[in-house]
Design a protein around this ligand. Sequence first.
Ligand code: IPM
Ligand code: MN
Length: 383
Amino acid sequence: TATKRIAVTPGDGIGPEVVEQAVRCLDVLRERYDLDLEWETFDWPSHRWHQAHGDVMPANALEQLRDFDAILLGALGDPGPITDPNRYLLPDSISLAPLLQMRKGFDQWVCERPARLLPGARQYLADERARDVDMLVIRENSEGEYVAQGGRLRPGSEDEVATQMEVFTRRATNRIIRHGFEQARSRARARQESGQTRQFKTLDGRTCESQVCIITKRNALRYWGDMYTEAFAEIATEYPDVATHHELVDAACMKFVQCPWAFDVVVASNLQGDILTDLAAVLSGGMGVAPSCNLNPDDRSMPSMFEPTHGSAPDIAGQGLADPTAMLFTTARMLTWLAEETGPMQEAAEALHDAVAADLAEHSGRRRKTREIGDAVITRLGQ
Ligand code: IPM
Ligand code: MN
């Protein structure tokens, strides 16, 4: 098998701080598991780059990244030093553009955001059943509300009109739903292998070991809502072993708080998935622990992108306070993606995941600095 190559893009704010810990872990893992792995760092902090070149990354950035097997990204978004009243302000809509360009350019059409409340992670909900939160939110990552079409008519005037188009295609809808069912099956299989079971009821009273819940707002946004609903019903017939469920997005927000343990796989549109995954991140212990992957499952010749759900957190940047846990879990998922099958890469992925989880369990609730957490995980990797 060929060498796997990773493009490391630390980005802005706390991005470089958490990425540093990820790279230290990769170093140790490469040595220990003799991984055929290399990486190259692309230092493109949007703020500095913009001041020097008028854009937030090189014009040929996507070409530079295209031949890698994966992109490991810290975070993007840099409004400038927030304490400086004369700061050079870089709006989010500009500094975050590369993120959306990468997702689009490399057709990373699925965004997977698992939310599992691991031992040691903070439990925000008082109900003790919230301990059992274990869901995978799958966000459609290629279209929908994020197509960036529309405009402003008569800007600034009393008669201004802003339009923002949403586009949903049957092709993208089918593939994200099918991906949801496949993930539900593989989660059920993994549970069986580890001797766990979960039960979900179907509408006709049968019991299944996994579930897919589709999210829409079909009572108000009826065109794509109806298309999602029909596509879901059609594809569900291919997966009689998976229970199906539908929630309107507003009710889903309520149930994520009221009974999050009742969800398994959740499939949502780009924006609705974005919103639900911030909520899901809190259910799993907060932004500091929530991983995320932007994947192109069809074309492995293009890089998939691995970045935690959290952002660049400019308010705590530069102080070594950021929790690298989410970044490290994300890195473990990247290794699993690169592994494709059993072997040293997969072993390394599991070792990293287990070390981070064990560290979390041991230091439950204690405030630690970024590097301290990195050190502790590395110590575990060496044991
Ligand atoms: C995320 C972020 C991005 C998104 C922003 C930064 C554009 O919120 O990855 O969840 O909306 O997709
Ligand atoms: Mn988001």
